[in-house]
Design a protein around this ligand. Structure first.
Ligand code: ZN
Ligand code: ZN
Length: 69
């Protein structure tokens, strides 16, 4: 699994560590951003957020897009 961003940068030998949850492309340790994800649970009529955070991986491109204002 080669990191898509590394391929773009002519570094095709990088080992991917995960898949971006937004764009679905493989990403490496350098290009990945590992974020805490709050888990929503159904609770009667509403929703609550669990006490512990899960984890999700996004690539740096999607992370930049998510945090751009
Ligand atoms: Zn990379
Ligand atoms: Zn992405």
């Amino acid at each position: 699994m080669a990191c898509y961003d590394c391929i773009q940068e002519n570094r095709p030998d990088t080992v991917g560590i995960g898949i971006c949850t937004r764009c679905g492309l493989a990403t490496c340790h350098d290009h990945a951003r590992v974020l805490a994800a709050h888990v929503q649970r159904a609770n009667g009529m509403g929703r609550t957020t669990g006490p512990r955070t899960a984890r999700r991986v996004v690539c740096h491109t999607c992370h930049a897009a998510e945090t751009a204002h």
